[in-house]
Write a protein that binds this ligand. Sequence first.
Ligand code: ADP
Length: 871
Amino acid sequence: MEQRNNISAEHIAGIEDIYRTLVEELPLPVALYVGKDMRVTQVNNSLLKVWGKGTDVIGKTFREALPELEGQPFYDILDEVYASGIPYQAAEDRVDLFIDGRMQTFYFNFTYKPLKDEKGNVWGILNTATDVTELILTRKKLEEAQENSNLALKAADLGTWVMDPSTNFVSLDSRARELFGYQDNEVREFDDSLKIVHPEDRDYVELAIQKALDPDSDHACDVKFKTVSANDKQQYLRCVGKAYFDDQGNILRFAGTVEDITEETLAQKELTKFLALIENSQDLIGMTDMQGNVVYMNKAGQNLVGAACAEDYRRPSTDFLVREDLDRFSSAMKVGMATEGRFSGEIRYKHLQTGEQIPCYINAFIITDPDTNKPLGMASVTRDLREEKTRLKEQQKLIALVENSKDLMSILEQDGINSYLNKAGKELLGFDSDEEVKTTPIAKLHAPEDIAFVEREVIPSIQTKGSWSGVMNVRNLKTGEIFPVFNSTIRIDDVATGEPACIGAIMRDLRPEIAAKQELADREKLFRDITTASPVALWMTGTNTELTYINQVWIDWTNTPLEEQLGFGWTKFIVDEDKERVRNLFRSDFEQRRPHECQYRLIDANGRERWMICSGNPQYKVDGTFIGYIGTCVDITELKQLQRQKDEFLGIASHELKTPVTSIKAYAQVLESMFRDSGDERKADMVKKMDAQVNRLTNLIGDLLDVTKIQTGKLQFNDCEFDFNTLVKELAEDLQRTTRKHHIILELDATGTIFADKERIGQVITNLITNAIKYSPNADKIVIFTKKEKDEVRLCVQDFGIGIPDDKKDKVFEQFYRVSGDKQHTFPGLGLGLYISSEIIKREGGKIWVTSIEGRGSTFCFSLPLNRKGN
Ligand code: ADP
């Protein structure tokens, strides 16, 4: 200060000038306000420019110089600085100034510095300022831009992420953290953050990142992936990122956005499902534009009309429809579309290749743009009715079947009323019309006690078991008659829900059956009465030889009830000696379905022995099925007794006759030789004839005696060895003498000797030759063959006579049997010769048989065993 005082005033003035100029030209705004009223004593150009004022402000108070600052804090601040002596500094303060005729906003960093005298009193204020308006505005713009981008991110619900390759850490903004499910603010390693990607998508995401981080790629990546969501909710994210590289190809930054695409992904998936649904629908689904050109047709549609690809179906929809149907429907279609925007009906489609007309049900409607409400095109869903139509036809056939069934058929609804009753049912229950059926509760179709039964037994059974069948009573509405029916019911369930829907019933009127059963019972009774009235026992077996029926006659004989006779119960009354034989014969006849005949003895209820002759025949149904045997048993005890008496009589008579006849024969022979000796040839011849008749008589008596011996088992045999052919020759020679007409021809094989009763075998041969002569009156030869075969010797006598009818052949060996007919009296005889012959041969262990053709001749043969001697 002292030094200053020493400096000359001129010098000071010069310095002041320099200083003023300096200040004036300073680019930094500067002003000096002096005194309490803040008179502007100095202000440089820079500040004047800021203020938008001229130099005329110099000398004015601050308030006068800048009246527009009224209402802004500056006057007060200056006063405060002046009063307090404390400098004021402001950074980026807003100042509104009147410049170029309008208020404008500026920002300043400025200082009010108090200037004090030696005593420390403030005398002025130095105002320096820096205009930072530009800076502030730029920053504000930047901030705004940042805010806008934040807003955009926020609006798009985007999160951001940045990966710093130097640390390999990722930082996320709050939205990104939320989407990644991070609860904290922590930064994570890049690899760690990838754990959010679902394993399904991880490979794909990692590959995309690798690609973006490859300096040679486009550096961009855009991935959509599923997350491993902490809660089970599905979450899909989309990350779009870009990698930044320096000139050397070093990665600087990898950053981008993340957004939640769960909703649209799920919606997309739903849409894909819908599209698949449409594409694979069994129904034809198609779409046309507003001009009626098909733009889409699903698979089923393409199949239906025979379109192989989109080119095939992209044509006017009318191409697919049958012309006549189009004409028929066109007005209805137009009206439907115009009024309701839809049309449905049955229409025939046309197959593009085959031209087949396919009945379909179409449901077409207009599709409108939901935003503008303008029609976009037309869609149609069409069902192929072919199968339905065939099913309908089948159904109609079934209905016809049901309707015309002889049995009642009905459908009973849950309200207890029949919704359907077929023709037979209406007749049976006395209904006149379907209308009547549908208004009549079933309670009216039963007597009160019967409906109670239905409610108690039938309905619960149907409900629980699904069916009921049995006999119940119904009532005819017209006649009131209550009658039994056999009812088969079944619960019919709803195909879709499985819930019981209704009850189906099939009823058969039992009245005809009952009447038939009654008739059968009556007939059976009549049959029993008839068989009981018969004097013979009648019996019946099943197919397995077991007795199933025997009438009262047998039951009376044995005094044992029917039940004990059934099966083989009846055989217990047969005497022990006969039992086995009877059973065997019965069985073997039965097995071969032969007519059965058997004689045996039975012990009756009184212990008496009765002789039975039982016979039966196999029975067949009309179709030829075997059903068992039916037969009879006749009591022949008396007959047997008479037979025995007759046999006894014959035995005695023939025996008694034999002695006188032998005497007569002896006298005759003596008489003959006496007449011959006396030369009375005529008398001698007469006695000779008498002798021949006596011979015949002897033979007859011999036969009768033999028969009685056979019957009583007294036929004696004296077997010895003899030459068979020699015997045959001797007998043939003898018998040749008795006939002049027949020539007996011998065709004998070497037979050798046999061991048998020579007399008896001779008797048989004689019988066969005499029969051959007797029964071939018009023939002239008889041929006798002998033959030795293995272990037997055989003889046959062939004649060319009357022969024997086929059905009589086997009977000729029976006692007293003679083939009846006109010839009966032509050929004398008793019918005993063959009977005795067959008994002899049987006794000698051989067989006898005949082959014959009626009118052409017979051949009687027998065979005898050769090896009997040793026995
Ligand atoms: P008969 O000859 O005494 O009547 P047979 O027992 O010898 O008795 O014969 C029984 C029956 O067999 C005869 O009545 C006859 O009808 C028949 N017959 C036997 N031999 C012959 C034959 N060679 N040709 C035709 N019929 C015969």
